[in-house]
Design a protein around this ligand. Structure first.
Ligand SMILES: NC(=O)c1ccc[n+]([C@@H]2O[C@H](COP(=O)([O-])OP(=O)(O)OC[C@H]3O[C@@H](n4cnc5c(N)ncnc54)[C@H](OP(=O)(O)O)[C@@H]3O)[C@@H](O)[C@H]2O)c1
Length: 244
């Protein structure tokens, strides 16, 4: 199936490794022109070389960074048709483990980076009557995960944001969807300190996800074929979520 992505100018946030990298690679393989960002310059440049993308160093946990990033990406690859919001996971812990400073940090990194990035890119997409915005969130957005209080709280809100925004911009050819990774084999998962076997035991599919499985869905949501799909939150989790 031709996804109709040839030449589409795309920015994937948080994409020197893991899910972001897999998404950037999938879009690039479909012919999109791709810019990627991360904090660490060396790995970012290596990934950019590997997948043939433009590397833009950026720390999304800094206020204003996502706006600057979008402007930078547009100056390098041209007006953006596709924006994928993604970053590292927020601070880990139960409610009483997380102080105000860490809440602020999580909020800026996870929430405001998406808000600032989308605000910066949106008017151009509306003017050109075509745009695809995909937010990478988590299965925690629908079913809280013990010990990830900040993530559980903020990601649920992002689904509300994506759905509200999708209504506002549907008439201008812009779609806004969320993808919800379940346990997928990346560095972030290793940070959680639980073995693959323990995690897999609770997944109906009996294994962890592969980054390219989330990437395939994301590429489809960015395609011409997905122009009538908007406001949705779709999980790629091996059947783990029980909610309907
Ligand atoms: N993997 C899973 O099982 C899973 C499940 C549910 C949800 N998620 C969520 O999905 C997102 C991506 O996860 P992942 O597994 O792909 O993580 P990952 O392998 O750690 O990759 C995260 C990427 O984002 C970049 N990044 C991190 N913090 C950043 C910042 N402040 N500014 C700019 N770039 C930043 C990292 O590069 P630098 O470190 O160099 O900046 C890296 O390229 C996370 O929010 C994670 O919580 C993951």
């Amino acid at each position: 199936m031709d996804l109709g992505l040839t030449g589409k100018r795309t920015l994937v946030m948080g994409a020197s490794s893991g899910l972001g990298k897999a998404i950037a690679q999938a879009l690039r393989q479909e012919g999109a022109k791709v810019a990627i960002c991360a904090r660490g310059k060396q790995r970012l440049e290596a990934t950019a070389l590997e997948i043939d993308a433009s590397p833009l160093v950026c720390d999304l946990s800094q206020p204003g960074a996502a706006q600057h990033l979008v402007e930078h990406a547009e100056s390098v690859i041209g007006p953006l048709d596709i924006l994928i919001t993604n970053t590292g996971g927020p601070p880990v812990g139960n409610f009483m483990d997380v102080g105000s400073e860490l809440w602020q940090q999580g909020f800026q990194g996870l929430w405001m980076s998406a808000v600032e990035g989308i605000r910066t890119v949106l008017s151009g997409m509306q003017e050109r009557s075509w745009g695809r915005i995909v937010l990478v969130t988590s299965l925690a957005a629908k079913e809280p995960v013990p010990g990830l209080t900040v993530s559980n709280a903020l990601r649920a809100g992002l689904l509300g944001l994506a759905n509200s925004l999708s209504h506002e911009v549907a008439g201008q050819g812009v779609t806004v969807n969320s993808v919800l990774p379940g346990y997928t084999k990346t560095e972030r998962l290793a940070e959680l300190g639980v073995s693959d076997e323990e995690l897999s035991a609770n997944i109906p599919a009996g294994r962890l996800g592969r980054p390219e499985e989330l990437a395939a869905l994301t590429a489809f949501l960015c395609s011409e074929h997905a122009g009538y799909i908007t406001g949705q939150a779709i999980s790629v989790d091996g059947g783990q979520l029980m909610s309907i």
